[in-house]
Design a protein around this ligand. Sequence first.
Ligand code: NAD
Length: 490
Amino acid sequence: MAIRTWRLFVDGKWTEAASGATYAVPNPATEETVALAPDAGREDVARALLAARRAFDSGPWRRSTPAERARILLRIADAVEKRKEEFRGLLVAAHGAEAMTHGIQLDTPIAQLRGYAELTTRFTWDEPLTAVQGLTAVGMSKVQGIAHHQPAGVCGLIPTWNFPLYVTAQKVGPAIATGCTMVVKPSPWGPLVDLLLAEIIAECDLPPGVFNIVTGLGPELGAELAESPLVDKISFTGSVSVGKKVALAAAGTLKRVHLELGGKSAQIVLDDFEVDAAAPSSAGPTYFHAGQGCAMTTRVLVQRRRHDALVEKMAAFVRAFVKVGDPADPTVILGPLIREERRQAVAGYVASGRAEGAELVCGGAAPAAFAHGFFFEPTIFANVRNDMRIAREEIFGPVVSVIPFEDEEDAIRIANESSLGLFGGILTRDLDKARAIAKRIRAGGVSINGAVNLTHAPFGGFKESGIGREGGIFGLREFTEIQSITWPEG
Ligand code: NAD
């Protein structure tokens, strides 16, 4: 089959990188080339930024109405739905996305795009300023006003590769809904889904320069977006270490920074929840997208006296359920990691867990069966202490650490004893107790008994897991600046 060479989309036109360079995007299961993506440089980013700035400052886009922007978003969502099988093909071939992940990979982002279309028409762009009693005494009653929501401006959008359509929809959706312009800089490990989305957006009536996409291997592309005085807002999804670099670079111009970073989330298994029922979700990160998800509960906290029973059930579940292989086979549960360097990093964490005294229950290595592909066995560590590296750092591979606790207070302490605070889980039959415990967890989200809503709940991190929220009205607001407009009463 012929290998496609993709192009950049800048200022309403398809174009090669200025250098003409491209790079091969491999299939992580077979290591064969899926397609060639443009390998852009700083000058391509600069061109895209000028186009986005021009389109924001002086173009017709600034005068667009919420209804017009909603129509465009619905066209995009419909077109994504129509071409769903093309997206599915790229997700499997270029991202190792197993069939089990396709709901969140495909259906959720389509729903999100439609959701932003609805929200932009329902949003209160001008909120009346209501007088606050007590302030009237200092003369405020003589002034009326509104809080007006303007678009944030030119946005540098840096999504990642693990749930590419989902992550990009969470940025492009609200950016279009609010009337921003944008330069999208996908992950070098996963540009093709974003380029296919760009092909759709290019046909959906946006004025030239509103949407631009620049792909390439180098970190300087993202750095250029973070530094540039032409950018008003950065929305970045990626690791904590690069997120900190983005924040530092953005500080030069004090642009708005939205960071969606990593997690080390804890699932607390309370005593009233049977270990049989707790095992499948507790083992989840060992098989769901090979543990390559920011919000996965990779620390499982269980009462010490039930620890061994849960570990045994988790291992039995993994042995019975997890078929490893190429996700092109729909019966495969666990596909490859995205790149060889990630597999080596995961192996390094396994070595550190063993060296620090954690008990390796299953997995821990690359499976011998595959000559190609970046596969790693589903891996469970038991009797982990929360001060071990495997409990403190995000591994981003199919590895779960089971940590015993003494009582509920101890469980909450362990869950919160982390520099990260993205997500958490609680398994219990007592919902009142679960809600009370959830409110004491220092994390941006807590799911009780596996309930997750990714279409309109706020999503984001406490602590080093990030700044800001994506999703629904919360995500929309992040792409606005609030302006006060006041006038004399009467
Ligand atoms: P990464 O931090 O390695 O790379 C992210 C992006 O940053 C890439 O596009 C890279 O080219 C770019 N980059 C590198 N150096 C840069 C610099 N100096 N300035 C600006 N950009 C630069 O992360 P990744 O491998 O793409 O993603 C995995 C991480 O993403 C994990 O930590 C995961 O938890 C996190 N993640 C978070 C969420 C969330 O919503 N919180 C969602 C998905 C993934």
